[in-house]
Design a protein around this ligand. Structure first.
Ligand SMILES: *Cc1c(COP(=O)(O)O)cnc(C)c1O
Length: 378
């Protein structure tokens, strides 16, 4: 068997057609060509947001969103600790201080119970992350935000098409940020999108991500801007792929279901869930080693690697990062024990949109072998 990767995007004929058209039209970026505008339109229609503003990637989408709400030096931002560090870096760029918030074991997402004790007069915003495709329980987040007048930023980089109580992600809080990196559910290679229903904020994002050109005199800039623009070629890929997005999500859910059926008999694995409020899009199939397999995550991953199955470890929470500790201090106050334990014991297995039946069976077979080996060796 060939090596089975965790993910591999499908580059359809339609993508090739749209990209060729952009090249034939000599339309690389900016106002040359229609794909940027069309992709933003299609994306806002897909997530049912009033506005969508394309960016160069998910990290710059987050930075743009934070800047649009004037978050900066002297402010504090509550951030889900278990996440891709891009979430935290976007906050670092603004100069604001991060307070990492612990996760719920059940979904790996931010635990609303852990938020209020970190709020003080400097707190400006909460960044929640819909991790691994499972939506955050947003109602409790929104009531805390209302009580303390905080901005809610949704990091939706891993959850295109997921729903919370039938609502699209990125439209429940004040602003949502998506990524289209090569391994994301919608993948243009690099790319990002900010979505919001707030017209003022949408206009601010649009201006910020394109150098904040002056309104009266174009080349007299009132404030600092960024070049976080998406190119027309990238947008062409997005326009083509968004038409297949529901099919990709169906496939992700199908693969997750196959893994659930095969793996639920193992008591020592904690499998992904789908809470009653959630439509999970299973960006990755993230497993946590528990009980007899606690502490054996790396051994399972090596066993699978030997059998040509690629896996990835879970994220390393913000509170444990050297870059965080060096910047903001290393105190117990910032510790997130649940996120630490998920980070140490979690890993994910292949769920690419093109994974075949034979490959799914092979992953299951090899994982069963690895578990048996490690539990019998005890
Ligand atoms: C991938 C990812 C990002 C960053 O997106 P890029 O497009 O790689 O900049 C941000 N947050 C989360 C949760 C991610 O998974």
């Amino acid at each position: 068997m060939k090596k089975i990767p965790v993910s591999r995007p499908i580059l359809s004929k339609k993508i090739k057609k749209f990209v060729s058209k952009a090249i034939d039209e000599n339309a690389l970026s900016g106002t040359y060509g229609n794909y940027i505008h069309d992709f933003e339109k299609k994306f806002s229609r897909y997530v049912k947001s009033k506005f969508a503003i394309s960016t160069s990637n998910g990290t710059t989408a987050l930075h743009t969103a934070l800047c649009a709400f004037n978050i900066g030096k002297g402010d504090e931002v509550l951030v889900q600790s278990l996440t891709n560090m891009a979430t935290a870096f976007a906050v670092f760029y603004t100069g604001a201080k991060i307070r990492p918030i612990d996760s719920c074991y059940s979904t790996c997402n931010i635990d609303p119970e852990g938020i209020e004790k970190h709020i003080n007069t400097k707190t400006k915003a909460i960044v929640v992350v819909h991790l691994f495709g499972h939506p955050v329980d947003m109602d409790p987040i929104m009531s805390i935000a209302k009580k303390y007048n905080l901005v809610v930023i949704e990091d939706c980089a891993e959850a295109h098409g997921a729903l919370y109580k039938n609502k699209n992600l990125g439209t429940i809080g004040d602003i949502g940020c998506y990524s289209f990196y090569a391994n994301k559910i919608l993948s243009t290679g690099e790319g990002g999108m900010v979505v919001t229903n707030n017209k003022f904020i949408a206009e601010k994002c649009r201006s910020l991500k394109s150098l904040n050109y002056g309104k009266v005199n174009r080349f007299n800039h009132p404030e600092i801007g960024f070049n976080y623009r998406m190119s027309n070629i990238i947008a062409a890929i997005g326009c083509a792929q968004i038409e297949d997005l529901n099919k990709i999500i169906e496939k992700k859910r199908y693969v997750a279901n196959r893994y659930n059926e095969a793996l639920s008999k193992f008591d020592d694995l904690y499998l992904p869930t789908e809470q009653s409020y959630a439509y999970n899009v299973y960006w990755v199939y993230h497993i946590i080693c528990t009980k007899k397999l606690l502490g054996k995550r790396n051994q399972i991953m090596s066993c699978l690697a030997e059998m040509d199955i690629e896996t990835r470890e879970s994220f390393w929470p913000i509170n444990k990062q050297d870059v965080f500790k060096n910047e903001f201090g290393n105190t117990n106050e910032f510790d997130c024990p649940i996120a630490n334990s998920i980070g140490e014991n979690g890993f994910y297995i292949p769920t690419g949109p093109d994974i075949t039946e034979a490959e799914i069976n092979q992953v299951i077979y090899c994982l069963e072998l690895a578990i048996k080996k490690l539990t019998i060796d005890l």
